[in-house]
Design a protein around this ligand. Sequence first.
Ligand code: FAD
Length: 448
Amino acid sequence: MTAETAARTVPGSGSGFDVIVVGAGPAGSAAALVAARAGLSVCLVERGEYAGAKNMFGGVFYGSVLTRLIPDWWQRAPLERVVTRRVTGVMSETAMLTVDLRTTSFAAPPYNGVTLYRPRFDRWFAAEAEAAGAVLLAGTVVDGLLRGAKNEVVGVATRRDEGELRAPIVIAADGVNSLLAKEAGLARPVDEHHLAVAVKDTIRLPEAEIESRFGVDNVEGVDYELIGACTKDVAGGAFLYTYRDALAVGIVAQVASLAARGERPQDLLDHFLAHPGIAPLVRGGERIEYSAHMIPEAGLEMMPELAAPGMLVAGDAAALCLAAGLYLEGMNYAMASGMAAAETAVAAHRAGRFGLGTLAGYEDRLRKSFVLADFSSYKDAPRYIMGDRLQNVYPDVLCRIAEEVFRVDNTGPKRRLLRIATRELRRAGVPRRRAVRDLLAGGRIFGW
Ligand code: FAD
């Protein structure tokens, strides 16, 4: 059923489904697909005029979760490039120091990561849910929850005429700052240290030019992720991804830090674009789109309760976006949580019980999977990465050390690495013991 026909045929007050999913991003469409395949009647409600119309990300999609749902997705979904080069590093104002992984092992289907445009991908993914039997109600804003006699959630109110939709389970997949999680009393109070704002330019360049600038072959692509002077002294990071004939270049900045430093995200992006490590990569390109979005960055620290009677929360609405320095992944966690929410809804329908006792199965599913395992093992990563020394001191120190190591002046014997490092740390005002402790803390979070 198309969005248009669904919009005409969904009856008004009292219309009943087995499950209502709010939000047709990756979490919502995955939930709708799984629930529909299991034979439940599903309504997928999306405020955009089509699924994905309002959605953006960096970004690289890591598709192994989707392979479980649609094994040949990589042949059917609208994709841009396959990421075969991953460049991760730090920036000072004048230098960029990176680890540049280039591997053919990422080049084989179903691929480690691919770049894509969210409006195209989300629309395709929601259509897969429709093909499985879900009713997509696009162009429909959900305004709030409907409650039953015991205050359990029994549906949603929409802005349509006679717009109440009823179901014994609502899956809130309405993204960061979820209206529904707040209304259900599940969300924690918003702290501006928990949220980042991301702004992104899409810059058009000819395909062949991208391939020669980035040293990749046909359909292969690159992912740059950086911290340090790319965001001046604001806590955050920057990215650059290659689409087929465009670049996605953006910065992510913690809201609290932006406010404290009095910076504007657009100015940080311009600053990043002008950096000597980035300017040659974007030179001559035409800006074709500017977009902005929030990211829930704090992981477990900001995670809401995941269930209430009659309701489950998935994806960014549940803060399931892993923004942990080495990783910026949200779509895969969104899909996995949407799938787990739908499996829980199916189990609840089989049992005929929709209270917390049954819906707690959702959190159990997430705990047994990689989802909550990752969020608990990286629970300290967001604070660590956003810390002042990681953001504003060490990137500069590392760049200076590298410059010193590779500078050949032949005015005396070459200096040993430890001496160079000690001198640069002293110059930055960081005692060596402090740096070792930070290194060990990083090791505990990421390494062992
Ligand atoms: P969303 O994708 O936000 O979807 C929510 C949906 O709900 C939207 O379609 C919205 O229109 C709809 N909606 C909201 N409110 C209502 C309402 N009241 N009524 C009806 N519909 C509603 N992740 C990665 O995996 N890789 C990356 O490289 C990456 N880079 C990123 C870069 C940026 C700049 C940003 C902002 C995010 C990035 N992410 C990345 C994170 C990723 O985009 C999110 O984690 C992911 O989109 C979450 O999916 P979701 O379905 O939970 O929410």
